[in-house]
Design a protein around this ligand. Structure first.
Ligand code: SAM
Length: 284
């Protein structure tokens, strides 16, 4: 049976749009080196259209032209394309299991290197720093926190967050098994909570692109939560190879509920530490 005319039109429109998105991401990659070519299409598509309208444009090719000739437009698009949503002690049970199952392993190491890949504005980094401090491990840890996006890293370095978010953060902290008083970790000033500088004493913040940059150290723990969901299978496999190269033998890969190492090309190199919270240990 022949395809209805409206369906054909729809399909052709989507094919053309996919072609234009492909050209835009290729142009961005060649000109700026940011590689969004394998980002998953629905979220990429939504974000590109948001930027097109915000720029007062009406086509993907119009955006391509502007991005290529105006680096500031590229900066704005970069902010749209990197989804920075985060919270302190986000998904609290993840931290409960981390405390229960990973902390005892870390206690056996004289020195612990941690990598937060895709750390966004730093809430996850401060959360882990607090947890490690409460477990008496912080002083022997060196934490590297990286993101593709310079603007969010700047905020992470400052460690100043809206006071309005502290209610949710405190609830998360308690549910995550925090054994202190959350408000002691920050000073409230006007509308902001300024986190204790000692929490970032052992933290190095740096720009790193998971897609194009190489491994830069060997770690005992790699956190990468809510980042891989935006990548397609090819890119996820590539990033997983990078994590494998970056992990010491018996190192921990901490992904959280939404992501998995199963079904990737490196699945057989890991065993489960906690299947539900997707905590894995490199065993090969
Ligand atoms: C949703 S946030 C996750 C923040 C935190 N890990 C959490 O779970 O709350 C995703 C972060 O991944 C970063 N990101 C996206 N693509 C990246 C890439 N290719 N390399 C490094 N970071 C990337 C984004 O800039 C964003 O800050």
């Amino acid at each position: 049976m022949a395809e209805p005319a409206a369906a054909v039109e729809d399909r052709e429109r989507l094919e053309l749009e996919a072609l234009e998105i492909g050209l835009l991401t290729e142009a961005i990659y060649r000109h700026y080196g940011f590689d969004f070519r394998d980002y998953s299409t629905p979220s990429l598509r939504r974000r590109i259209w948001k930027r097109i309208y915000a720029e007062g444009l009406s086509t993907i090719s119009g955006l391509q032209e502007r991005v290529l000739h105006d680096p500031q437009c590229m900066e704005r698009l970069l902010l749209d394309l990197s989804i920075n949503t985060t919270a302190m002690f986000r998904d609290p049970t993840f931290y409960v299991r981390f405390r229960e199952k990973v902390v005892p392993m870390l206690r056996t190491y004289p020195f612990v290197r941690v990598w937060h890949a895709g750390c966004s504005t730093g809430e996850e980094v401060y959360s882990v720093a607090i947890l490690l401090q409460e477990e008496g491990l912080y002083d022997r840890c060196r934490i590297y926190a990286t993101d593709i996006n310079e603007a969010v890293l700047q905020r992470a370095k400052e460690g100043i967050y809206p006071i309005a978010s502290m209610q949710e953060n405190t609830a998360n902290y308690i549910a995550a098994g925090g054994n202190g008083t959350f408000s002691e970790y920050y000073t409230a000033r006007y509308d902001y909570a300024i986190f204790r500088p000692s929490l970032r004493e052992n933290v190095v913040f740096a720009q790193h692109n998971l897609v194009t940059d190489a491994s830069f150290n060997h770690f005992n723990v790699v956190f990468c939560r809510n980042v891989l969901i935006y990548f397609n299978d090819t890119l996820q496999n590539r990033v997983h190879r990078l994590f494998l190269q970056s992990l010491e033998m018996f190192g921990i890969l901490a992904l959280g509920k939404k992501e998995t190492v199963r079904y990737t090309s490196v699945a057989d190199r890991y065993e489960d530490v906690d299947a539900e919270e997707r905590l894995y240990r490199r065993v090969r």
